[in-house]
Design a protein around this ligand. Structure first.
Ligand code: SF4
Length: 373
């Protein structure tokens, strides 16, 4: 019998204290490791219609699983208010996640509210979303019309049986591919495809996926299987290091490394080098286990019910919703955020990479389905 997961939601801590001296945001906030606050990932639902084995294994997230009541979720107005506060501290990119974000009703309304916001430099936000594409074919046009700029689609295999073993529901690869194509047709892009590689389960799909997405406008990224949360039964020997992924592809389709687009980019970029120079596009490697990238991590995460998490592998969050619902002013919440970020020194992956065997396995790590990947 799988161990019952105690939802972080039930462990409501106290609202963060309001510092005595309030401060105005400068947009130049940095944490203890001199990392700016650049990216905000917002989970808009803890629900999903897939049961990916590395994120929401069916044995744990079963039919008795208690999801958050709707009243616990941040409203679109609360999300937008917090987003404005994060932007004033330097956020330039917002990624909507879940669970599966397209399951949140009227999500287009939230997207339209966020799309109106500008960075401190007066530029449009980089507004994107990560989805399993189960609803993308149907929703792509309305998402685009609402102001979404691009999407990242999770697809762990081309072979249907393997795909269904990974997501543990009977959703087909064809439907995901249709969603991806529809997203491109309506003008969402660049479109990235995320494949989590789990040794012994779908690593035989690395080459078929690379062949399929080469010479297309899509950027395929391979993600090392991670010990996120406390429910996926992670083992180091099921991790296929990114170096091995590159070796396998390079043997058939030569690759060359490419410089990052910006500091803090999670994926290491490689491009195909064909005889004619344009080898057919690029791939990305997200190597949280074997090549940690904490040194540049500028990501904050907002859970479905308004807790701030400063790391994907955090064991506790800071209850910003309580501040919102206790009638705190923006300046107060903004000052709290500044203090929390300045105190940040998370670098879980770096510690794990340097100490894979010795690192304590925390049973309290927040679930990825609760704060988004
Ligand atoms: S482990 Fe935490 S600090 Fe490191 S890159 Fe991931 S989210 Fe950032």
């Amino acid at each position: 019998m799988a161990e019952k997961i105690i939802m972080m939601a039930e462990q409501r801590g106290n609202a963060p204290a309001i510092p005595a001296i309030l401060e105005a945001p400068t947009g130049l906030l940095s944490d203890r490791l001199a990392r700016p606050l650049h990216d905000l990932r917002i989970s808009v639902t803890d629900r999903c219609n897939f049961r990916c084995v590395y994120c929401m294994p069916k044995a744990v997230f079963d039919s008795d699983y208690q999801y958050l009541p709707h009243t616990s979720l941040l409203s679109f107005e609360e999300i937008t208010r917090l987003a404005k506060i994060f932007i004033a501290h330097g956020v330039e990119k917002i990624r909507l996640t879940g669970g599966e974000p397209l399951l949140r009703k009227n999500l287009e309304r939230l997207i339209a509210m966020l799309a109106e916001l500008k960075t401190i430099h007066g530029k449009p936000l980089d507004l994107t979303l990560t989805t399993n594409a189960s609803l993308l074919a149907r929703k792509a046009q309305s998402l685009k019309d609402a102001g979404l700029q691009r999407v990242t689609v999770s697809l762990d295999a081309l072979d249907n049986a393997t795909f269904q073993r990974m997501n543990d529901v009977d959703f087909s690869v064809d439907d995901v591919l249709k969603g991806i194509d529809m997203a491109r047709q309506v003008g969402l892009g660049p479109i990235k495809i995320n494949m989590v590689v789990k040794g012994g389960m779908n690593d035989d799909q690395i080459l078929p996926m690379a062949r399929h997405f080469r010479n297309t406008p899509y950027i395929l990224r391979f993600i090392e299987y991670m010990d996120v949360g406390a429910s996926n039964g992670w083992k180091m020997d099921e991790v296929i290091p990114s170096a091995e992924v590159v070796r396998r592809i390079h043997a058939e389709m030569p690759l060359a490394p490419v410089a990052a687009n910006y500091a803090g980019e999670t994926a290491a970029r490689w491009r195909y080098v064909g005889n004619d120079g344009d080898g057919g596009g690029e791939i990305g490697l997200i190597s949280s286990v074997t090549q940690a990238f904490c040194a540049d991590c500028s990501r904050a995460r907002l859970s479905t019910e308004g807790k701030l998490y400063t790391c994907l592998f955090a064991t506790s969050g800071h209850d910003l919703r309580a501040l919102l619902r206790n009638g705190r002013a923006d300046e107060e919440i903004s000052t709290v955020l500044a203090h929390l970020w300045r105190a940040r020194e998370d670098r879980y992956s770096e510690l794990r990479t340097n100490n894979t065997d010795g690192l304590p396995r925390s049973a309290n790590k927040v679930e990825m389905s609760y704060i988004g990947g």
